[in-house]
Write a protein of this length. Structure first.
Length: 245
C-alpha cells in the first residue's frame, strides 16, 4: 500500500470513529477535551526518547499522528479547515523559513547553524525591534510548572514579591506542602479541572498583559512602575494597566 493510500485509510478510520455508527467517546472529542490528551502524548514521546526505546518512540509518534488527524477531522466537521489545509500550510511555512535552501539563486547560502538562526530571527522580525521584551527569554511551550518557576524567579530578581494579603492564610502555613498540593490536584481533577491547563491559562493571561503593557507604555517591563506590575500579577479582575506614553 502506498504512503498516500495508508494516510487516506487512517483518515477514513478517524472519520468512522467520529461517525454516528462509530465510537461515542471519540465522537464527543473537541479541541478543548483533546488538547490535554495531546499534552500527555507529547510528554510520553519525550519519555520514550529519553529511554532511547525505538519501539516506544514509534508508538508515541503514531499516537501524535492520530491526534493531528483527530484535530483535522474535528475542524473539518465544523468547516474550519481540513487535513489538506494543514499539509499546504506546513509546506508553505517550511519553504518560507528556508530561503537559503529553496531560493539560493536570490537569497544565497547560509553555511553555519548560527547564520541560519540569525536569519530565522530576521524572518520572525525579532531583530528589527531594538527593545527586547521581558518575555523573550521564556519558552512558553514548556511545562506550565517549569515555566512558572522560571517566571517567578525572574520577577523575584526584580524585587517583585507577593503581598501576604493576596495569599489565603491556610496556604501561608508551610507545613505539609506536598500533602496540600496533592489534595488540591486531587480535588481539581475529581471535578474535571486540569491543573496544567488552568495554570497555562493564567500564564498566558499574564503574558498578554505584559505584552500590552510594554507596547502601550513603550517601556521595558522592568522599567514599569511597581504598582502597575503588582496589579498585573496579583489583582484578579482584568484592568487596563497601560502605563504612560
Amino acid at each position: 500500500m502506498s504512503k498516500k493510500n495508508k494516510l487516506s485509510e487512517l483518515e477514513n478510520i478517524i472519520k468512522k470513529l467520529r461517525s454516528d455508527t462509530g465510537c461515542p467517546w471519540d465522537r464527543e472529542l473537541d479541541f478543548e477535551s483533546l488538547k490535554t490528551l495531546t499534552l500527555e502524548e507529547a510528554y510520553e514521546l519525550i519519555d520514550a526518547l529519553e529511554k532511547n526505546d525505538k519501539n516506544l518512540v514509534l508508538d508515541e509518534l503514531s499516537d501524535l499522528l492520530v491526534h493531528i488527524l483527530f484535530y483535522s477531522e474535528i475542524a473539518n466537521s465544523s468547516n474550519l479547515f481540513n487535513f489538506d489545509d494543514i499539509l499546504d500550510h506546513a509546506r508553505k511555512k517550511l519553504i518560507k523559513r528556508h530561503p537559503h535552501v529553496f531560493d539560493k539563486e536570490n537569497f544565497g547560502n547560509l553555511k553555519t547553524p548560527e547564520e541560519v538562526e540569525k536569519n530565522w530571527l530576521k524572518l520572525k522580525g525579532e531583530n528589527t525591534n531594538p527593545k527586547i521584551s521581558f518575555l523573550d527569554e521564556f519558552n512558553f511551550f514548556s511545562h506550565s510548572s517549569v515555566l512558572l518557576k522560571r517566571l517567578i524567579k525572574k520577577l523575584l530578581s526584580l524585587n517583585i514579591q507577593i503581598n501576604k494579603k493576596e495569599v489565603p492564610n491556610k496556604i501561608l502555613d508551610f507545613e505539609d506542602i506536598p500533602n496540600k498540593l496533592f489534595k488540591l490536584y486531587f480535588y481539581l481533577i475529581q471535578n474535571n479541572i486540569d491543573p496544567e491547563i488552568e495554570l497555562r491559562k493564567k500564564i498566558n493571561s499574564i503574558k498578554q498583559k505584559i505584552i500590552n503593557l510594554e507596547n502601550n507604555s513603550n517601556k521595558k517591563f522592568k522599567d514599569l512602575e511597581d504598582e502597575i506590575i503588582y496589579n498585573l500579577l496579583f489583582v484578579d479582575k482584568d484592568q487596563n494597566y497601560g502605563g504612560r506614553k
